[in-house]
Design a protein around this ligand. Structure first.
Ligand code: ATP
Length: 866
């Protein structure tokens, strides 16, 4: 049987039971029942596997040892509680892992590619999962090929198939059938899922989807992508394992000290176990993951879709944002303003269709144009449908013109060349129509057409055009040049033949800045972030817009791509901090700009939408793609996608990124300072030869239950108003700085001092059980109060209680749990809690409140000094 590449287009259509007008929606629904167009995930961890993995943690192993020792020492209740806690911890860990995975998957589906197909004779855009064999797929530059297919009509299609073949050069495609057997890489009439369209267009019949594609065949051979840890998660893991090692050493020392004091072996062991349990931050890694996951969900709601979790952390360090102009800083709503033709400027309404000169400009604007207006809405490139709207003003039907003329050949627009050309037969003569950037077109023109006819383009004409272009651009207008040439019948349109044109005119269009852009640029400046405009547009247009929105200030520089090409890296380094606008840039220029900023130690965010932007997006620390106008290729390369294409969203995402990082840091501070209090208390009693203050269950109760709630609440702390008033974080600075550790130690010591005071008061009453209960309750309560301290570096008076209701809820839930343990007999027995008098209870509350009062006072004094 013949393979798809050996069949003609007609045979392919027959065999797939489809036609060029596409499948009907009913047929597509039936075919979809056979399977969606997705690769089945390789080896995904089962829930059981995830559950078992929770026990591999060294800290959990220490807990298991603690349970065993408790059992040997005859403390059955303790053993039961520890085992229950370990199980609970594993269950919570599994649930949280699955949830985080789901949330990542939902983000993934938000950024999953779309495909343009013909169904019921209409061009529609659908989620790539819904593509079925027999669909007619329309490909154009920037698209990702989402299924395998046989090319039916080819318009200079070039595809990068490196994901399949490893070969990074682009492959030219064709539509003819092959007779012979060919290896995969040579089947140039086929396209394969996972490849990227770098140039041209094509119509393709889908031959295979999902696991039936070539990439599907090797997908099962590939390992499942490893879950990548973010730098923060990795450093927390590293911290945990170091902590575990330190804990073991200290535990051993405490054990030996107790033995030396002739304490019974089992009691000595219990001391060591209590210390280990006090020190292990059981909830830490879950809290980091939960806060990160909540942060990405919030960002998605605010139109920033995070594709890689580590981007959340890097966002807080961003110090330079390189942003596209069109559509990101501006609205991408183009409206034709003035036309320059025959040496005069005029409004579109004043054009005269009885003049052949004016008619040719209209032909060029309408025919060298791939956009459409359907039910009053523009489809395609806004620059192009602005031209169609213009013809509406002069009562010319672009649909009629397009029906009348048949496009013979085309060279699509690309942002490197900045031109688009088509070939038509106009008034019986084969004619190449072209439009594009004026400076590019000027070099390719030899003649000019005026109302008096065609003449050679002299120096004076050139200067006239340049001056007019300058006048338009100074007002922030985007300018397109239009030209044409008559050719022989056998002329073949090629990139080398885009010369020898006759100038027709210029059309200028406005694209107003987005309303939010100016404020967002100001916010960025306040946040110590430099905004740089990088655009394919003209230098003067770009500078005018950059001035309007506050990117370009007195003394700044604007540099063109050509000027950049002439600079050495050293020259670039000298100018980089002064340059606010880069105009007429090529995708290669973008990479050099990112590189230059990174050389200075900056964390760079770069936006991009085009097919050639992918390398620059990958090179940037945060590559940002446009959700609406961006190509699939750029979305694939980016680590964040803006679902509203808006520059202001990047600034919001930076604020969110900073907030998430700050909240994680605060939650870590809360958990570790509480643990420090526990460790210091156990060490103190051990050194002072006092009875053991806590049973392991007490510490587990605090670490896992009462501490988790405030930690999550701290993670939900809303962004402070002045979060953008700080400088970006130094990426090299970890969380566990000396200053941070000192803070932990001080706060821990304060809580421990109050806890031990309660312990001593309890001991005075003559009962070690009462003393232990008082120490346990004081430690629990003071840590719950401490949750308020860790919400912010500012005092509660400044941030207010009501700014985070979760934190109040967490506090009361914790207090309730503590009282349940203290007053419900069954629980009291399980947790070895002794009954307390009212006075003792009052004492506990008083002592537990002291650290918070002191910490709050120190915050007030500190902010008064600042
Ligand atoms: P940004 O990089 O900020 O998005 P841009 O959209 O202006 O800027 P390009 O789309 O690369 O960048 O356009 C560069 C130049 O190419 C424009 O200034 C214009 O002169 C010309 N141009 C833009 N669109 C077309 C088009 N559809 N056909 C022909 N020329 C075009």
């Amino acid at each position: 049987m013949k393979d798809w590449y050996q069949k003609s287009g007609e045979e392919v259509l027959i065999d797939l039971h489809t036609k060029k007008e596409g499948l009907s929606s009913e047929e597509a629904v039936t075919l979809l029942e056979k399977g969606e167009n997705i690769l089945s995930e390789g080896k995904k961890k089962s829930t059981l596997q995830v559950f078992v993995e929770q026990f591999k943690d060294l800290l959990v192993i220490i807990l298991i040892a603690a349970a065993t020792i408790s059992m040997i020492s005859g403390n059955v209740e303790s053993t039961v509680v520890i085992v229950a806690v370990i199980m609970l911890n594993a269950i919570l860990g599994t649930v949280q892992h699955e949830k985080a995975q789901k949330s990542l998957e939902s983000l993934k589906s938000l950024s999953s590619p779309t495909a343009k197909v013909i169904r019921d004779g209409q061009k529609i855009e659908i989620n790539s999962r819904k593509v079925v064999p027999g669909d007619i797929l329309l490909l154009e530059a920037g698209d990702m090929v989402v299924a395998d297919g046989r090319i039916l009509n080819n318009y200079s299609l070039q595809v990068n198939e490196s994901s399949l073949t490893g070969e990074s050069t682009n492959v030219d495609k064709e539509e003819v059938a092959f007779d012979n057997e060919m290896p995969l890489a040579d089947r140039t009439n086929m396209v394969y899922s996972g490849s990227l369209v770098t140039y041209g267009r094509a119509m393709v019949a889908v031959t295979g989807t999902g696991m039936d594609t070539e990439i599907g065949k090797i997908a099962s051979l590939m390992n499942a992508t490893k879950e990548k840890k973010t730098p923060l998660q990795a450093s927390m893991d590293q911290f945990s394992s170091r902590l575990a090692a330190i804990i073991m050493v200290i535990c051993a020392l405490v054990f030996l000290l107790s033995l030396y004091r002739r304490m019974p072996v089992l009691d000595s062991l219990m001391f060591a176990v209590a210390l280990a349990v006090a020190a292990i931050p059981e909830a830490l890694s879950s809290i980091v993951t939960i806060v990160q996951a909540m942060g990405t969900q919030r960002m998605a709601k605010e139109h920033a879709i995070i594709k890689e979790l580590k981007a959340v952390e890097s966002l807080g360090c961003v110090s330079v944002i390189c942003s596209d102009k069109t559509g990101t800083l501006t609205q991408n709503k183009m409206t034709v303003q003035d036309i320059y033709i025959d040496g005069k400027t005029m409004m579109p309404e004043d054009m005269d269709i009885s003049s052949q000169l004016h008619r040719y400009l209209i032909y060029d604007a309408v025919l060298t144009n791939d956009s459409a207006i359907v039910e009053g809405k523009g489809i395609g490139d806004p620059t192009e449908y602005a031209l169609l709207e213009m013809t509406g003003k002069i009562k010319v039907s672009h649909d009629y013109l397009r029906d009348l003329m048949h496009r013979l050949e085309e060279l699509p627009f690309d942002s490197d060349r900045k031109l688009m050309s088509t070939k038509y037969r106009l008034h019986g003569v084969p004619t190449v129509l072209t439009k594009g950037a004026v400076d590019v077109l000027l070099d390719r023109m030899t003649h000019i057409r005026t109302s008096e006819g065609i003449r050679e383009l002299d120096q004076k004409d050139r200067e006239e055009i340049i001056n007019q272009n300058q006048r338009f651009s100074e007002n922030g207008l985007r300018v397109l040049g239009f030209a044409y040439k008559e050719v022989e019948d056998d002329h073949v349109l090629s990139l080398n033949s885009e010369t020898g044109f006759t100038f027709l005119g210029l059309i200028s269009m406005v694209d107003p800045p987005r309303e939010e852009s100016k404020a967002a640029v100001m916010d960025a400046k306040r946040a110590g972030i430099r905004t740089v405009m990088i655009t394919g547009d003209h230098k003067i247009t770009a500078t005018a817009i950059a001035k309007q929105i506050g990117i370009f200030e007195e003394g700044d520089l604007a540099v063109t791509g050509a000027e950049l090409d002439a600079m050495t890296d050293e020259e670039m380094d000298q100018k980089i901090t002064k340059t606010s606008v880069y105009a007429r840039v090529s995708p290669e220029n973008k990479i050099r700009i990112v590189d230059a900023w990174q050389r200075r130690g900056n964390i760079v965010s770069m936006t991009g939408d085009g097919v050639n932007d992918a390398p620059a997006l990958k090179k940037a620390d945060i590559g940002v793609a446009m959700g609406i106008t961006g190509t699939e290729v750029s979305k694939d390369a980016a680590s964040m996608i803006l679902s509203d294409d808006n520059f202001a969203t990047i600034i919001k995402a930076v604020a969110n990124g900073r907030n998430v990082y700050r909240n994680i840091k605060n939650a870590i501070q809360f958990l570790l300072s509480g643990n420090t209090a526990g460790i210091l208390s156990v060490l103190y009693t051990s050194l002072m030869a006092l009875p053991i203050p806590f049973a392991p269950v007490h510490l587990l109760f605090i670490n896992l239950l009462t501490d988790s709630l405030p930690a999550i609440a701290i993670g939900m702390e809303p962004a402070e108003h002045d979060l953008l008033g700080e400088k970006p974080r130094d990426p090299k600075e970890g969380i566990l700085t000396k200053e941070f550790l000192l803070k932990l130690l001080l706060q821990g010591a304060l809580i421990s001092a109050c806890t031990m005071t309660a312990f001593h008061i309890g001991l005075k009453s003559g009962s070690p059980a009462v003393a232990s209960t008082m120490a346990f309750a004081t430690l629990t309560l003071s840590r719950l109060f401490h949750g308020f301290n860790c919400r912010s570096k500012y005092s509660l008076f400044k941030i207010g209680f009501s700014s985070n209701w979760y934190s109040l809820g967490a506090f009361f839930a914790g207090v309730l749990l503590l009282h349940l343990v203290m007053f419900v007999p069954l629980l009291s027995r399980l947790f070895s809690v002794a009954p307390l008098s009212g006075a003792q209870l009052g004492m506990i509350y008083g002592l537990a409140f002291i650290p918070t009062v002191m910490i709050q006072i120190s915050k007030v004094i500190k902010s008064g000094n600042q």
